[in-house]
Design a protein around this ligand. Structure first.
Ligand SMILES: Cc1cc2nc3c(=O)[nH]c(=O)nc-3n(C[C@H](O)[C@H](O)[C@H](O)COP(=O)(O)OP(=O)(O)OC[C@H]3O[C@@H](n4cnc5c(N)ncnc54)[C@H](O)[C@@H]3O)c2cc1C
Ligand code: FES
Length: 360
C-alpha cells in the first residue's frame, strides 16, 4: 500500500507485522524500541494501553506484553520501553537481538489502565522502575495537546542513573505549566550530588509532594510491593480508593488489583478434590483434571500449545473458544463481555467445572 493511502485505509491492525525502526538505550538494562507499520498505517490506541509481541526466541515463540510508552498523539510510530530483570528470557532477547528492519507479530492494543477511562482534571501519576511507561504515554499526550495541566508525577528508582525518561520529562516540564516532577531514589550515584527525595516511598513523602492528593485521580504502576505501599499510604490517609487505578506487570498477589470475577455461587467454585473433564476437540484429546487446574495448564499437560503471555488474565493472548460446558474465570480485563458472550474464555485463568470442550 502506498504510504499516502495508508492513513485513509484506517488504523493499523494486528494482521500486519510491525517493523522495528530504532532501538535506543535509556538506562542500564533499559531500551526503548520504536516500531512502525510498513504500510504507514497509523496506530490507534489510548494512553496506558499495551501490545503483546510474539518473540521468535530459540525453542519457540514467546509472548510478552509491553505498555506503549509513546503517546497516541504521535500515531505514526509506537514505542515500548523495556527493562530486563535478572534471569529475563523475552525482554533480554529483545535487548540483545532487536535491530532496525526486524519484523514482529504483535497483537493489541488493549488494556483498561487508561487516563481516558478515568478522566480527571488533577492527576497523581506514581510509578517505580519500568512502571513509568503508561504514565509517560499519558503525560506525553497531555503535553502534545499543549494545554496547561495539573499532574504530580512521582517516579521511584533505585538510584538517579536508573530513572527512565528523566531528561525528557524535565524538558516537558519546562514547556507546559502544571507538570510537577518528583523523584525518589533509594541511594545516590557515587560522586553525584542528589537533592531529591531519598528512601522508600511513604505517607510523609506523599503529603509533601502532593498536599492536595485527596483531590487527585491516582494512577500507579510498579512492582507489587511498591504498589502495596502506595495503596496502604493512600488508604491510611483516608483516600477514596475509587479514584485509585493500578496496572500490574506481574501476576497480582491480591484482589485489590481489580481482578474480575463473575458472581459465582459458593458451590460453583473450583475445588481441589473435585474432578472435571476437558476435551480439546480439534486435537481429539480428553482428560480428567482437578477443577483447580486451569485450561492452559491442562492443555500443556496434554502436550498441546495454547499461546500465552502474562498468565494472569490481562493480555488476552490465551483466548480460546469454549464450545461446551462451564468454566470459572477470574480475569484481569484481557477479555470483553462481548467475547465472553460469544463463548471465548481466557485459558490461563479459567477452571473447568464439569464437562468442558474447547476448540484446540
Ligand atoms: C500489562 C503489562 C504491561 C507491561 N509493560 C511492560 C513495560 O512497559 N516494560 C517492561 O519492561 N515490562 C512490561 N511488562 C512485563 C513484561 O511483559 C514481562 O513480563 C517482563 O518483562 C518479564 O518478562 P521477561 O521475558 O523479561 O522475563 P521472564 O523470562 O518471563 O522471567 C524471568 C525471571 O524474571 C522474573 N521477573 C519477571 N518480571 C519481573 C519483574 N518485573 N521484576 C522482578 N523479577 C521479574 C521472573 O519471576 C523470572 O524468574 C508488562 C506486563 C504486563 C502484563
Ligand atoms: S496469558 Fe495473558 S490473558 Fe492469558
Amino acid at each position: 500500500m502506498a504510504k499516502k493511502d495508508a492513513a485513509a485505509a484506517g488504523p493499523w491492525t494486528d494482521e500486519e507485522e510491525i517493523e522495528c525502526v530504532s532501538v535506543l538505550p535509556e538506562s542500564p538494562d533499559v531500551v526503548t524500541v520504536c516500531f512502525q507499520a510498513p504500510s504507514g498505517r497509523p496506530f490507534a490506541f489510548e494512553a496506558g494501553q499495551f501490545i503483546t509481541l510474539e518473540l521468535p526466541v530459540p525453542g519457540g515463540p514467546l509472548y510478552r506484553t509491553y505498555t506503549i510508552s509513546s503517546p497516541p498523539s504521535r500515531p505514526l510510530s509506537l514505542t515500548i520501553t523495556i527493562k530486563a530483570q535478572p534471569g529475563s528470557i523475552g525482554t533480554r532477547w529483545i535487548i540483545d537481538n532487536m535491530r532496525p528492519g526486524m519484523m514482529l507479530k504483535a497483537t493489541g492494543p488493549a488494556g483498561r489502565f487508561t487516563s481516558a477511562a478515568h478522566p480527571a482534571k488533577k492527576h497523581l501519576f506514581i510509578s517505580a522502575g519500568s512502571g513509568i511507561t503508561p504514565m509517560m504515554s499519558m503525560t506525553g499526550e497531555i503535553y502534545d495537546r499543549g494545554r496547561n495541566c495539573d499532574i504530580v508525577f512521582v517516579n521511584c528508582a533505585r538510584r538517579p542513573s536508573e530513572i527512565i525518561f528523566k531528561r525528557r520529562l524535565e524538558h516537558m516540564a519546562t514547556r507546559i505549566e502544571g507538570l510537577e516532577l518528583k523523584w525518589v531514589v533509594e541511594e545516590h550515584d557515587p560522586f553525584q550530588p542528589w537533592t531529591g527525595f531519598q528512601g522508600r516511598f511513604n505517607q510523609l513523602m506523599l503529603g509533601l509532594m502532593a498536599p492536595d492528593y485527596l483531590e487527585r485521580e491516582v494512577f500507579c504502576c510498579g512492582p507489587e510491593p511498591f504498589m502495596q505501599a502506595v495503596r496502604e499510604a493512600l488508604a491510611g490517609l483516608g483516600f477514596d480508593m475509587e479514584h485509585y487505578h493500578q496496572e500490574s506487570f506481574q501476576a497480582p498477589q491480591s484482589t485489590v488489583a481489580g481482578l474480575i470475577e463473575a458472581p459465582t455461587p459458593e458451590d460453583e467454585r473450583p475445588e481441589e478434590d473435585q474432578m472435571a473433564e476437558i476435551t480439546f476437540d480439534i486435537s481429539g484429546v480428553t482428560q480428567s483434571v482437578p477443577q483447580t487446574e486451569t485450561v492452559l495448564a491442562a492443555a500443556r499437560a496434554a502436550g498441546l500449545n495454547i499461546p500465552s503471555g502474562c498468565t494472569f488474565g490481562v493480555c488476552g493472548t490465551c483466548k480460546v473458544m469454549k464450545t461446551e460446558g462451564h468454566v470459572h474465570m477470574v480475569h484481569n480485563g484481557g477479555i470483553t463481555e462481548e467475547e465472553i458472550e460469544e463463548g471465548y474464555i481466557l485459558a490461563c485463568c479459567s477452571h473447568p467445572m464439569g464437562k468442558v470442550t474447547v476448540e484446540i
